[in-house]
Design a protein around this ligand. Structure first.
Ligand SMILES: C[S@@+](CC[C@H](N)C(=O)[O-])C[C@H]1O[C@@H](n2cnc3c(N)ncnc32)[C@H](O)[C@@H]1O
Length: 340
């Protein structure tokens, strides 16, 4: 058996792609792209000092970042190339999430490989095992999905405007860094929001970002478990974005919580990746990431859902249901309305 040259070259190209994102990850999490952008052009020692990093490591990083085309030689100093500028986390349309996702995926792949013999599924804590990745989890998701939310989901769902008209309350269960409520509150100025998440780091970021955006009066965030969520007054909207599959093993309790805490006519807005009915659909390049993610979800004790499964739960608890598909049908938003 021998491997063809064509296949070898194909995989070598893929290997370089993975390496290039790993190099970018180091530059993102240690703010090397950002500091170099501020400096304009700098030697490795100057960049290390500006970033508060070790000169030896930064020197090696500059060499590899130059090799992969993130840095150019500017008269003996380093400067960002347009590709390097693309990884600035603050750039509009930043490439940052690809770098973070690449290293998070490598971590999850290593965990899946090691856990496969025993079948152990350690749960959510696996996400927090890498200190450099955890703070980037929220920004990664925000930049991956925030644009789609603003461009397509917000304008298409009437429910948000209804909550705003009442000056109502929207709750986000599993809120991450709080981007969804921030975007909602920025567009709908009478609406108030409450976010809940299990990770302390997410709640810290959510509070700080709401403050920075001038929304702290209307948005509050707290650490807690979705399974134990409770609030005194009924709310008008409960959102769960990429969070329901995390708590699906106790779905009866979750759908009870949704229905009990909504006011009459209130809506639960569930956004999940749309796991396709046919395996053949996973071959499409736009779904390969989802297929890998579902393996990573297995490590965490979860699996992705089909919209029909979510619809069935809403129907079971006596709520009317409507499903919206986005992004080539890869994203599903299932809206359940409590009877008025
Ligand atoms: C994939 S992330 C999505 C975060 C956010 N909704 C977004 O769209 O960026 C899932 C989130 O659910 C949270 N989560 C999962 N299970 C939870 C639970 N039982 N209680 C509270 N938060 C939970 C995680 O901490 C994580 O932030």
């Amino acid at each position: 058996m021998s491997v063809s040259q064509e296949l070898r070259e194909q995989v070598m190209g893929q290997a370089q792609g993975a390496l290039s994102l790993q190099v970018a990850f180091i530059g993102v999490v240690n703010a090397l792209f950002s500091r170099l952008h501020e400096l304009g052009a700098a030697g490795a020692a100057e960049l290390a000092q500006a970033a508060g990093m070790d000169t030896g490591y930064v020197t090696r990083w500059c060499d590899v970042a130059y090799a992969f085309g993130y840095l150019e030689d500017a008269q003996g100093k380093f400067a960002l190339t347009p590709l390097g500028v693309g990884f600035l986390p603050e750039a509009s349309g930043t490439l940052m999430p690809f770098a973070v996702h690449s290293v998070l995926s490598a971590h999850m792949a290593e965990r899946a490989a090691g856990l496969m013999p025993s079948g152990e599924r350690p749960g959510e804590k696996v996400l927090a095992e890498r200190a450099t990745i955890l703070p980037w989890f929220g920004p990664m998701l925000e930049t991956m999905f925030g644009g789609l939310f603003e461009r397509e989901i917000l304008p298409r769902l009437p429910a948000y405007g209804e909550v705003d008209a009442r000056g109502g309350i929207a709750v986000d269960l599993g809120c991450g860094n709080g981007w969804y409520l921030r975007k909602l509150a920025a567009r709908y100025t009478r609406l108030n929001g409450i976010g809940l998440d299990g990770f302390e780091e997410n709640i810290r970021q959510a509070g700080a970002l709401a403050q920075q955006a001038g929304l702290a009066q209307r948005l509050s965030f707290r650490q807690g478990d979705i399974h134990e969520f409770t609030i005194e007054e009924p709310v008008d909207l409960i959102a769960m974005n990429r969070a329901l599959h995390h708590v699906w093993d106790e779905k009866e309790n979750v759908f009870r919580i949704l229905k009990e805490h909504l006011s009459p006519g209130g809506v639960a807005v569930i956004w999940e990746p749309h796991w396709p009915a046919q395996r053949s659909a996973l071959r499409h390049p736009s779904r390969r990431g989802m297929a890998f993610q579902n393996l990573a979800e297995h490590v965490q004790g979860n699996h992705f859902l089909r919209p029909s499964e979510i619809e069935a739960e809403f129907t079971r608890v006596g709520m009317q249901v409507e499903t919206y598909l986005f992004a080539n049908d890869n994203e599903a938003v299932v809206v359940g309305r409590k009877p008025a």
